[in-house]
Structure formats: C-alpha cells, structure tokens
Write a protein that binds this ligand. Structure first.
Ligand SMILES: [Zn+2]
Length: 347
C-alpha cells in the first residue's frame, strides 16, 4: 500500500515520515496533546485586553508561536472568533483560562483570559509564560502533563514547588502544532467525533484551566488549602450570570460537612457551598476534563480555597477532590488510591 501511494507524497511528507520513524517512542509520548484544530492554518486574533501590560504579553506570545510553528496568529480589530483578554478573579486558582467551541469537527471559537489576580504580581517572563500558554490552547493544544516545566509551555501549572514553566514553545509543543497544521493542511481531517451541541441544542463549551500553582504531593495540596473537609454532596444548583454569557456559568454544590481536617472546626455538621466553574445555561453547557461534576450523595475529601464570600472553590478543579467510588478506596486524580488513614493523617 505504501508503494502505491508513495508517488503522491511530496518531499515534505517524506521528510515528515522520516522524522516520525527516527523519533524515539518516549520522545513521541511527550509530544503535547491537542484538543482540535482550526480549519485554516492562520487565524486573526482580536485583542480584548484593557491594559497594555497584558496586551504586550499576548503580543510576545503571538510572535513566539508565529516564529516557531507553521500556524500564524494574525491581528484584527474586527470581531473575531479568536479573542484574548484579561479578567480579575480572586476566587479562582487559575491564572489563565481558555474556552472553546466546535463546528464541523473544527475549533470554531477560542477565548482566552489572563487572571490579573495572579498575573499582576508576576514577573514579565511569568506573564509571558501564561499568555504564550493560553495562545497555545487557542490554536489547539491541550495540557502536557508528562513533560517537565522546562520542556513544554503547555504544562498545566505556571509554577510547581517554585519551579516556573518555560515561557517559550518547546519542541514538544512545536511538533504538536505542526502535526496539526503543517504540510498540505487541506488534507488534515477534522474530528467529527467532537460533539458541538447537546441533545437540547445548547452549545457545548469546553473550558481549559491553567493553574497558577501545582502541588507535587497531597501534603503540599493540604498546606495550600484554606479548608479541608470530608463532606457529602446534598444538592447542586446551576448559576448563570445575568448577561447570559458563558463566562458566568457555574454550579453551586451544597455539601454537608462530616469532618473538618483544616479550617474552622465549626464547619463540621454545617452545610457549605462549593462553586465549580462548569454547568449550564439555556444556551451553553460548559464542560472540562479538568473539572468533573461532583456526584450527588458522593462523599469526598475536598481541598478548598475560601472565595471570601462565604463560599469555596476547589483547588485546581479535580485535583482538589478525593472521591470514593462504589464503596471502594478513595481516589485522587494525581496521587492515586488513598486510604482513609492516609487522608486523616494529613491533619
Ligand atoms: Zn492551560
């Protein structure tokens, strides 16, 4: 089959095949995963920041992607389905966020934000790291959870134990972008398995959170939390903001606290509200593979940030949850199975 088709290949394709053949399995395994792609290998982005500092960080990020990959992030002052902006959100643990929508198996919209609650105190290189990272999302990259902080600008954390993520697209990131867009882009197939709308016609929006701080151990996560409780989910309630835009969509989770491991002991036996930034409005359903809906009647150990308004947020989405499934062991998305003893000993 290969010989029959070989004449149709361009030199570029052959080069591509050669590179694939010589790349080692482990190197290939670290190539940054992707979420999808635009239908073209260039897209004009609209600057919606309200300050020159963030605009400059994004501009730096654009130049870095444009200089190192075959994708071109252009500029427009007109309305675009690709926008970059900033927001101030003191109740979140993300310093950057990207929302995607899909159409025909392609990305049809990407909106990114820097969270000035964190980025205002960042050095310019850290801010550039977040802006470059968010633009990486916008052009189709997912998080690279296997690469080190220095070998991908798409690791999920700006800092882990004081180690900052690189501010430049690295080879794993560049390879991923060029796999999506390079060499005869018209031949690249869209992914028709990506759902665009729900059965009731809501637009599905996928949200990608970029965390300010990552934690190597459960103990580090415990130290970072304002409150750690064992609690049972009693009810959930969808919140939508008044403008009907997707950014205000969230879910209020009401939980009955069984035990307080860290924080005010008077929380025990009380009801607390944990706000998660996924949910639905009549128009949108916001989902994330970094933040799963909490299961009704499920019992969890929760690592929480005090939102300052009497409610709490999970630290780093699913990473702030230890849950028990079907009466089996407690499980954490990163630290694996944990016994109740291990969890109680954190106190
Ligand atoms: Zn991210």
């Amino acid at each position: 089959m290969k010989t029959n088709r070989q004449t149709a290949f361009t030199k570029a394709s052959l080069l591509c095949i050669t590179l694939l053949a010589v790349s080692t399995q482990s190197a290939y395994a670290n190539v940054t995963p992707t979420v999808g792609k635009w239908s073209t290998n260039s897209k004009s982005a609209q600057n919606q920041t309200n300050n020159s500092t963030d605009a400059a960080a994004y501009s730096t990020g654009k130049t870095r992607w444009n200089n190192s990959t075959d994708f071109l992030i252009g500029s427009t002052t007109s309305t675009s389905t690709f926008t970059y902006s900033n927001v101030y959100n003191s109740s979140a643990t993300w310093d950057g966020i990207c929302y995607y929508t899909w159409s025909g198996g392609y990305i049809s919209g990407a909106r990114t934000y820097l969270n000035n609650y964190f980025t205002d105190s960042y050095t310019s290189s850290l801010r550039n790291s977040v802006a470059t990272h968010e633009l990486g999302h916008a052009i189709g990259l997912d998080h690279n959870t296997t690469a080190s902080q220095s070998s991908s600008v798409m690791t999920p954390y700006t800092k882990v134990s004081g180690v900052a993520r690189t501010e430049y697209p690295q080879s794993y990131d560049i390879t991923a972008v060029n796999n999506l867009y390079a060499y005869g882009f018209a031949g690249v197939q869209s992914d028709s398995t990506i759902p665009e709308t729900t059965a009731t016609g809501q637009t599905i929006v996928e949200v990608c959170f970029s965390w300010a701080e990552g934690y190597n151990t459960l103990e580090d996560l415990y130290k970072a939390a304002d409150v750690v409780v064992k609690a049972k989910l009693a009810k959930t309630n969808s919140l939508t903001n008044k403008t009907g835009s997707l950014e205000g969509i969230a879910t209020e989770n009401s939980l009955k606290v069984q035990k307080t491991l860290k924080g005010n002991a008077t929380l025990t036996d009380e009801q607390i509200t944990v706000v998660t930034e996924i949910g639905e409005s009549s128009k949108f359903q916001v989902v994330s593979d970094q933040l799963s809906p909490l299961q009704l009647n499920g019992t969890f150990y929760l690592f929480l940030k005090d939102r300052g308004d009497g409610t709490y947020a999970l630290i780093n989405g699913d990473e702030g949850v230890v849950s028990k499934k079907d009466g089996k062991a407690y499980k954490h998305v990163k630290y694996g199975e944990l016994s109740e003893d291990q969890l109680e000993q954190l106190k």
